[in-house]
Design a binder for this molecule. Structure first.
Ligand code: PEP
Length: 252
């Protein structure tokens, strides 16, 4: 049975005060919710991680970072290491988000190193990838996705996939309000499973959770999550509102 996951990427939003408020509302909205084989994860900014870990200790909410550096320590001004995250109780990290790739020039090569560093230290990785609009228009979306996965992940051992959650995020659907249809998501997720089976085996392909991300909202989550190869969602904008995020969690 694959695990289902709903993860909220808060990006560069929420001061400490706003984080406290949102956490309080979120805990209230999710109180008493019984989930089977489902993880609920939120990813606040680095400076608010420690507070969030503390405040979510006795709840169903887990805490993820939005990035880390590939080196374990050293002269990398402004960066955050895997040990710093583990030390404050963070068990997951988002890597490969399209904003990191586009605005911070994160390459497949750097991402492969980051994934290795994270997995090597026992952190779970939510690995994001997805095509640009023009890739889809030129019918190159399958090729692009296969290449992103191959370059960053396919040197990993099968064992490493116990710590990997994939997040297919077509870039044209992120923050645009233009969601991929549930059928488009299913088609890509099925393709992803087929390339995992080709590079590893069927068992592994069927065991990896694959999330869809891109303008998931309370009004479309249920349909997207109903697809057989969609195991949940990575949520941006809607994760900043307790009612919306918890409604999405309840649609899983
Ligand atoms: C994201 O940034 O990962 C994302 C899916 O954002 P949104 O839900 O706002 O499209």
């Amino acid at each position: 049975m694959r695990q289902k996951v709903v993860a909220g990427n808060w990006k560069m939003n929420n001061t400490l005060g706003e984080t406290k408020k949102l956490l309080k509302s979120l805990k209230k909205e999710l109180k008493g919710l019984k989930l089977v084989d489902t993880r609920v994860i939120i990813a606040p900014s680095f400076v608010n991680l420690q507070h969030t870990v503390k405040k979510t200790e006795n709840s169903i909410i887990e805490v993820s970072a939005q990035n880390l550096h590939q080196a374990t320590n050293g002269a990398f001004t402004g960066e955050i290491s895997v040990d710093m995250l583990l030390d404050i109780g963070v068990n997951t990290v988002i890597l490969g988000h399209s904003e990191r790739r586009a605005y911070f020039n994160e390459t497949d090569e750097a991402l492969a190193q980051k994934v290795n560093t994270a997995i090597g230290s026992g952190l779970d990785v939510i690995f994001c990838f997805g095509e640009q609009l023009e890739d889809r228009q030129n019918e190159k979306h399958f090729e692009i996705v296969e290449s992103q996965l191959k370059e960053a992940l396919f040197a990993l051992s099968s064992e490493a996939y116990k710590n990997i959650i994939l997040a297919y995020e077509p870039v044209w659907a992120i923050g645009t309000g233009q969601t991929a249809t549930a059928d488009q998501a299913q088609e890509m997720h099925k393709f992803i499973r087929s390339i995992l089976a080709k590079n590893y085996d069927e068992k592994l392909a069927n065991s990896v959770s694959i999330l869809y991300g891109g303008s998931v909202k309370p009004n479309n989550a249920e349909e997207i999550f109903s697809k057989p190869d969609v195991d949940g969602g990575l949520i941006g904008g809607a994760s900043l509102k307790a009612k919306d995020f918890s409604a999405i969690v309840k649609s899983i």
